[in-house]
Design a protein around this ligand. Structure first.
Ligand code: NDP
Length: 323
């Protein structure tokens, strides 16, 4: 009997609705590969789909990224062989197996484990999008980074500082503050403090050039209050809830601010963008500019505990699920 299973969502709600369901892996069609998964990356977006904040057709299997070993390939696949180790983005990765397009699977070089790849692919590409694609970060500028020791944050902080950016990091606990300092943050501000007031004090009254804001509802005002004229508010997540609507006139009144609400998938939709992003990420891992930070690992069938920990701000770095 097969040990294959997936985690399914039959109705949106709290972590307890994540249900283990036996399933036969789908044989790969033309251009596809079947992967025996070894590590699945947990992302905050998985919780948005689970709660229904982001709509999805029910029932579905959550999960956006994973890594594993190719166990079969479909007709016409040229870039992979059975036994290759790969990482990929795809929908429905909370499973022991995954079948998807081989062209979008990255063959892992020696020295990058499946665990490290699953911990860094989606989150590292997000950092790349923020630092290079939306607007290139420049040496000498100052950035406010929210959740600096989280999955995205623990990659964003060292990558930004390697580019000569001064990072002011906003977090909730002393333990997380220490991780942010170790990653290169110049100063740490606690989220219960007057964040914008501290930013003004730390920047000689000027404010920051950019706020990389993944927190959303509860951080929006402090982000806007912290920016210098013509500064950028990159509001890229909703960890505390969706951001309230904002009038364009408000951006003008505050000094011609730029607001963007990016989504990674728009930045990697074209094959050439995907190749550029994944090459930049593998390059940054190879040089040691960024390092996979696996803070905690849960068995896949305990995904509910992983969701509770992530939503409860109990995690640091990336979280993995292992089948
Ligand atoms: P994290 O590991 O960063 O976990 C979320 C962190 O947000 C928490 O640890 C906590 O850090 C902080 N936080 C602040 N307020 C809250 C709250 N009320 N509830 C929960 N957490 C809170 O998660 P990920 O790395 O997976 O994702 C980070 C963010 O990036 C998410 O918002 C996600 O949606 C976004 N994202 C966006 C993408 C895009 O394409 N736009 C792609 C990938 C991720 P602290 O205690 O330090 O405050």
């Amino acid at each position: 009997m097969s040990d294959a299973y997936c985690i399914q969502i039959n109705e949106t709600g709290g972590p307890d609705i994540l249900t283990k369901v036996p399933v036969e892996p789908r044989e790969p069609g033309p251009g596809e590969a079947l992967i025996r998964q070894s590590a699945i990356g947990l992302n905050f977006i998985d919780t948005y789909f689970r709660t229904g904040l982001y709509p999805a057709k029910l029932p579905f299997t959550p999960g956006q990224e994973a890594a594993g070993t190719v166990s079969a390939i479909g007709e016409g696949v040229k870039n992979l062989n059975v036994g290759d180790r790969v990482a990929y983005l795809g929908s429905g990765t909370y499973a022991t197996h995954f079948t998807g397009p081989a062209a979008r699977m990255i063959k892992l070089p020696d020295g990058i484990s499946e665990e490290d790849a699953a911990a860094t692919l989606l989150k590292g590409l997000t950092a790349w999008m923020l630092l290079f694609e939306i607007r290139r970060a420049s040496p000498g500028e100052t950035a406010l980074v929210w959740a600096p020791s989280g999955g995205v944050g623990s990659l964003l902080v060292p990558w930004a500082t390697s580019m000569g950016v001064r990072v002011l990091a906003v977090t909730s606990t002393e333990e997380k503050a220490e991780l942010a300092r170790k990653a290169g943050a110049d100063q740490v501000i606690f989220s219960h403090e007057d964040v914008a007031g501290r930013v003004r004090a730390l920047t000689g009254g000027k404010g920051v050039d950019v706020s990389y804001d993944s927190v959303g509802k509860s951080s929006a005002k402090a982000s806007l209050d912290s920016l210098k004229p013509r500064g950028w508010w990159m509001t890229y997540g909703n960890a505390s809830g969706a951001v309230e609507p904002l009038s364009p006139g408000e951006l003008n009144r505050r000094g011609s601010l730029v607001m963007t609400r990016p989504g990674l998938y728009h930045f990697i939709a074209q094959d050439e963008d995907w190749r550029r992003g994944s090459a930049a990420l593998l390059g940054a891992l190879k040089t040691g500019t960024i390092k996979a930070q696996v803070g905690q690992t849960f068995p896949l069938d305990k995904a509910a505990d992983a969701h509770r920990a992530l939503e409860g701000r109990q995690t640091t770095g990336s979280t993995l699920l292992t089948p």
